[in-house]
Design a protein around this ligand. Structure first.
Ligand code: THU
Length: 174
């Protein structure tokens, strides 16, 4: 696909620490294949809408997850939840490249909540495959994200300090 950043077409993962800068080494087809595999394991008796998600980690691992639904609809786990659990329980690291697919194996948009989950572990440079714009950085998928800098800037130093006087730190969003 011409929209991909893997012009070299290689199957190798980036070397540890190379991060999203090594776009040419990202094997997007391997990520899609893993996402399609894990999608077949989704537990979706309520929506009948299976999702599979897969991502490359900066140490070369591929992590993945599928959605797991619940009779209490609101506690359903999106595929990205499983992926993040796989990431952290498997040793952590930073997400470099991400894709997710539906029952047809087609790329879908990560939901709003999951964009926040992905941001936490990949930051603005995480490359996300989208159906609307090809492969784009997370900073374009979730512009103006809430992040740790917001907590740092707005958390009261002392519970007795009035909020309005303790709020002068800069954030990336001004
Ligand atoms: N779903 C995901 O797993 N990830 C997304 O980013 C979009 C939605 C799931 C949740 C639910 O099980 C089903 O898709 C229908 O919303």
């Amino acid at each position: 696909m011409t929209s991909e950043h893997d012009a070299a077409g290689g199957g190798s993962a980036p070397t540890p620490g190379s991060g999203a800068g090594e776009r040419s080494a990202i094997d997007w087809e391997a990520l899609r294949t893993r996402a399609r595999e894990v999608m077949t394991r989704a537990y979706v008796p309520y929506s009948r809408y299976p999702v599979g998600a897969a991502a490359l980690v900066d140490d070369g691992r591929i992590v993945a997850g599928c959605n797991v639904e619940n009779a209490g609809y609101g506690v359903t786990l999106c595929a990205e939840c499983g992926l993040v659990s796989d990431l952290v329980s498997g040793g952590g690291g930073r997400l470099v490249a991400f894709t997710c697919v539906d029952s047809r194996g087609q790329t879908i948009a990560p939901c709003g909540r999951c964009r926040q989950l992905l941001w936490e572990h990949g930051g603005p440079e995480l490359l996300v495959e989208t159906a609307w714009a090809g492969i784009i950085p997370m900073s374009e998928v979730l512009p103006g994200a809430f992040g740790p800098w917001d907590l740092e800037a707005g958390t009261l130093a002392d519970p007795s300090t009035p909020a309005a006087t303790d709020n002068e730190k800069e954030t990336p969003h001004g």
